[in-house]
Design a protein. Structure first.
Length: 197
């Protein structure tokens, strides 16, 4: 049977991947287009054939990540799952994204402040809306007596901060595997929401 060939990444996709790695490592402000061109292996002038500016790169990374998360939460919101399973599904998605697409998710989470308007305002609104939807799922679970009575926005803030802490797992030399990490985090966070007795 013939092997299916993987689609080769376009030059723009390669630039976005390299940029995400550099923005995570050096920060958006400290990364120059020259650094990026060198990393991709092309002349700085050639970089502008694929991308207009460093800001355009940041916009592409941030909104690609935001779209993935928004699509997922919209599907989860209308699913037939009970509240605990909805929260677990959202958290597993967050953890998997932080493991599999670490650099892009990290940049969207930490470097978005360098976006310029109207992109900055748009991105801030999307972040706020996402957290409200997540909190709404928890509040719905509390109303249905499926989750313990806790402050939903605080819960969302704590869970998202815990997931962003996966950054230190990436840096660790003696670490558990990704599946164990995901299962451990789910156990700890979900048990805090689960209604007792």
């Amino acid at each position: 049977m013939a092997k299916t060939q993987r689609k080769k990444a376009s030059k723009k996709e390669l630039i976005l991947r390299k940029a995400a790695a550099m923005f995570r490592e050096k920060g958006f402000a400290a990364t120059s287009m020259r650094d990026l061109a060198e990393s991709v292996g092309i002349e700085a002038a050639s970089l502008y054939n694929h991308i207009r500016s460093k800001n355009e790169i940041l916009e592409a990374i941030c909104f690609d990540v935001a779209n993935r998360f928004n699509t997922n939460i919209d599907i989860v919101e209308v699913s037939n799952q009970n509240s605990i399973h909805k929260v677990e599904t959202l958290l597993r998605f967050h953890i998997q994204q932080m493991i599999d697409n670490y650099e892009e998710v990290y940049v969207a989470d930490r470097e978005w402040k360098h976006l310029e308007d109207p992109y900055l305002s748009n991105f801030q609104n999307q972040r706020r809306t996402y957290r409200k939807k997540f909190a709404g799922i928890i509040e719905d679970g509390i109303r249905k007596n499926e989750l313990r009575k806790i402050d939903a926005p605080t819960s969302v803030m704590m869970m998202l901060h815990a997931v962003s802490g996966i950054e230190s797992w990436h840096r660790s030399t003696a670490k558990i595997n990704a599946k164990e990490l995901e299962d451990n985090m789910i156990t700890i966070m979900i048990d805090g929401l689960r209604k007792q007795g």
